[in-house]
Design a protein around this ligand. Sequence first.
Ligand SMILES: [Cu+2]
Length: 172
Amino acid sequence: MKLYQIIATLTTSIAASFIATAAMAAGNHAGGHGEGDAIGKPGKASNVTRTINVDMTDAMRFTPASIDAKQGETIKFIVKNSGKIKHEMTLGSMKALKEHAELMKKHPGMVHDEPNTASLAPGKTGEIIWQFTKAGNVDFACLEAGHFDAGMKGVVKVAGTKMPAKASNHNH
Ligand SMILES: [Cu+2]
């Protein structure tokens, strides 16, 4: 039995915390793809300011597919796979997601347990806690083979925050 199969048999919450721990130990996969923190960084549970439910279906759609966020905000995405096949939500730049989607066609069994991903068996719920550190669009997609091409993608629109030009706000 492979590790991911064992994980799949655990309850969602135990699996989620195990995956989070494993991912931290393994380092940041998003960074490994050369994205730096352009899309943000893994968030801390204690900093979560908002929780957003995201639903994934076999119609190859995320609901909602468009999410508004503010720069600096840490969001907890509670991701549910309502379909009968495996789906995942992965945050990334459009370029990185496209490249990764192509890679997944060659390695369809590839398992993602990075902090920017919730990879879920049918009926399962998982979560991603992410801090959006930069203004601009952060894309997300399902990287299961063929799903991205079928339109299974969405966007988090991160609005910039304008810091007031006051010396008192200088905190370094
Ligand atoms: Cu999918």
